[in-house]
Design a protein around this ligand. Structure first.
Ligand SMILES: NC(=O)c1ccc[n+]([C@@H]2O[C@H](COP(=O)([O-])OP(=O)(O)OC[C@H]3O[C@@H](n4cnc5c(N)ncnc54)[C@H](OP(=O)(O)O)[C@@H]3O)[C@@H](O)[C@H]2O)c1
Length: 288
């Protein structure tokens, strides 16, 4: 491994803006990739509160940044502050990646493909009958990826039913997918038995435990995939429960690395060194 070169007057800046960002593995993932490919750039995290977002974006524009990631709670609010937003980010209604094209800040969304790529390594999206738990920003990216990939059916379960309903309506309108929405509760969770992809797109399992709900004696279809977007801890309660029932598990760090690799490629035009980025992600998360 090359030794770290100190930043100089030609060093380009990439960054993460959001709140909180202290625990984010993104700097580790991107800096190791810059170092590996000998790109003179550095990635930093900046904690930006909601009322400071406009000023932060103007600052990034003024200093001519190379690119930025945007995380909670700014993925939607940032859209109106950018010069343009690509078609999928516009449809999803969320930007997680900003690139600087000749002084213009362009927003895009790598969460949708970042979510889909680990799935595509295991199955075909048009063979899936999915349940998405959650209807926030990440769930939206998952639902759009599944709808675009021709997923057979999607059931969205969410604590706030109205959010699940509006996401379901958007997916149906965009792709004509068979999609329904229900409130998340012990009873609706039992629907997992009839589906072959279950996605947790809520933060449950990150700080508080997985639902105080049980899958009971639910029998999963053969080949069911359980996919948790939570990446810290690596082995979540959600994945452990579904693993016990025989599901194939996809851990949240896979999406984390995929969406980062796609952002990196947009900013640098170079193929992302994913194996090295994965190792950096796992170390930063605390799994190494
Ligand atoms: N692996 C990755 O690369 C990646 C990428 C993006 C996001 N994520 C993870 O995905 C998760 C969701 O992120 P997001 O951006 O979608 O957040 P968000 O927009 O704030 O949405 C949060 C979702 O979780 C639900 N929720 C929150 N607390 C809940 C609780 N106590 N009980 C039941 N439901 C609850 C919310 O339901 P209500 O609508 O009822 O509030 C909403 O559907 C986070 O853990 C984030 O770290 C991972």
């Amino acid at each position: 491994m090359n030794s770290w070169k100190l930043p100089d007057s030609s060093t380009k800046l990439c960054c993460l803006i959001g709140y909180p960002v202290k625990q984010s593995p993104s700097p580790a993932i991107h800096n190791v990739a810059f170092q590996h490919l000998k790109i003179n750039a550095i990635y930093m995290s900046f904690a930006v509160l909601g009322n400071e977002l406009a000023k932060a974006v103007e600052g990034l524009r003024a200093i001519g940044l190379l690119g930025a990631n945007v995380t909670m709670p700014h993925k939607e609010a940032v859209i109106r502050l950018l010069d343009d937003v690509d078609v999928w980010a516009k449809k999803i209604g969320a930007v997680n990646t900003v690139t600087n094209k000749d002084g213009k800040l362009i927003g895009c969304n790598t969460d949708a493909d970042g979510f889909a790529n680990p799935l595509k390594r295991r199955t075909k999206l048009d063979k899936l009958d999915a349940i998405i738990i959650g209807a926030g920003g990440a769930a939206k990216a998952c639902a759009f990826a599944l709808g675009r990939g021709g997923c057979r059916e999607i059931l969205i379960l969410n604590r706030t039913i109205s959010r699940a309903q509006s996401l379901a309506a958007a997916i149906k309108k965009e792709f004509g997918t068979k999609v329904s929405a229900k409130e998340l509760n012990q009873k609706t969770l039992q629907s997992v038995a009839g589906h072959n992809l279950i996605v947790n797109a809520t933060p449950l399992g990150m700080h508080e435990g997985w639902f105080k709900m049980s899958l009971g004696k639910a029998k999963l279809n053969k080949g069911t995939i359980a996919y948790d977007l939570v990446y810290r801890p690596i082995e979540t309660d959600f994945l452990q429960e579904f693993g016990k029932l025989g599901a194939t598990c996809i851990k949240g760090y896979e999406m984390l690395v995929e969406q980062a690799a796609l952002s990196f490629e947009i900013w640098t035009g170079k193929k992302a060194p994913k194996a090295i980025m994965t190792e950096a992600a796992l170390s930063a998360i605390g799994a190494r």
